[in-house]
Design a protein around this ligand. Sequence first.
Ligand code: GDP
Length: 506
Amino acid sequence: NDHVYEALLIRKDSDDFDFEPHTVLKEPVIIDVIKKSGMLYQYAKLKEDKPRKNKDVFKRPPADPDDMVSRPAVVTVMGHVDHGKTSLLDTLRKTSVAAGEAGGITQHIGAFSVKLPSMEVITFLDTPGHAAFSAMRARGAHVTDIVVLVVAADDGVMGQTIESIHHATHSQVPIIVAINKIDKSDADPDFTKKDLLAHGVHIEELGGDIQAVEISAVQGTNVDVLTEAIAAQAEMMELKADVKGFVEGTILESRLDKGQGPIATVLVQRGTLKKGCVLVAGTSRCKVRGMFNEHRQPLKIALPSTPVEITGWKGLPSAGEEMLQVETEKKAKEVTDWRIVEKKEKLLSEEKEIIQLKAEEQKAAHTQKMMERSKLHWKEYHRLQVDKNKKLMEEQKDRNDPVLNVILKGDVDGSMEALLNMFHTYNCHDLCDLQLAHWGVGMVTIKDIEMAQMFNGIVYGFNVTVHPEAQILARKEGVTIKLHKVIYKLLDDLKDDLSSKLPLKE
Ligand code: GDP
């Protein structure tokens, strides 16, 4: 079609797919050239018998439970807009600063850890709402151990509350409810609890197994009770991780810093992250140059469930992408190069598919249009023929001009259209007039024979059969039926019939 071209080019024997225009290539390969809106994309596909070596890197199989050690819980705060997620995270972050770890202000890095008086640590993902959770889920990343569902006691269960419940349930992540804004005069925690029950959240107080804590995020009331409830839930879950071997983690956030280049907040989930570790995430790679916590304090190591900001990236990784450690920078480049090519090919094949789909759609639309047009054409044609036939019937009574009357039956619309178009050319025969007395799609019927009888015509059938009754009638009335399966043979036959009608030359 107009958009997709296949060309055979010659290329040099190398694994590199990118080539400059006019490159001299020695080995023939299929190059798909896709031209779309003036842009030319090119890519080379290696010969089928020489599949590319998979250079990707994958997660290791799960470690032996005996080799694993306890790790902090990773918590996401979710809930309806304005119910107090940001306020709660702010209060919790202040707790983290107050815990004395830092000498200053907490930075927003996408996550932070809180140390409880009991010395337990909880990691909060500081990207409240669904966007973060959905992005992670869409990438198949599983980073959250517990969801804190914030519900404002003056508002009750709302749209995004229900969505959050669904998110948590589908991901099989336990929920802890924070009934917020209890300081407000119109707060009705009891109603909120019943409301939650009606939406499948069975809280302990009402005989279920989900913890609910009444809090005021802005005043800080019961926020410590909430963190204790989280710690209790975490303890029950016996969260563990393997701290040995290659690091595995997830990208939580990334940004481009003017001075330091790409920076990503990552959550370590396995192994121990150190300066100098070589990582890959999506098509980006990193040799860890600097590692910081949310207080901008440099860290020497980061254990599982620790969120850290790291510098040293080549490329900007995306939230939700899996981060894996590899042996060397060379290996990291190999992996990301391989992924870049894979991504390019995937995009191209998707694009090709879209172009093909569009072409098919266009073709279908064209066919539809043609059919409608030909129907119109046929209708018009038919009306004209009926008028002409009537006139002719009358005229023929008076004149003796040779006329060949034809009844035409075809198998499908398409072949009828083709035949009718060809009949037009014979219609202007100056010596013998070709009259299409009647035509239609389908088998030859009694009606066709009757028409032939009336006009003293011949029945032509293309790829059709004759109804037995019509056969009998035709034989009885002496009507000729000619069946053909090849258009030009039908036309030859027709020409012969026309000639036979011509007056003998003087
Ligand atoms: P988010 O959209 O869920 O992040 O909600 P915010 O944390 O931005 O809170 C929305 C509004 O509710 C803000 O004006 C907060 O000050 C207010 N708010 C949040 N928590 C409380 C609370 O415990 N008590 C009261 N009175 N107001 C609150």
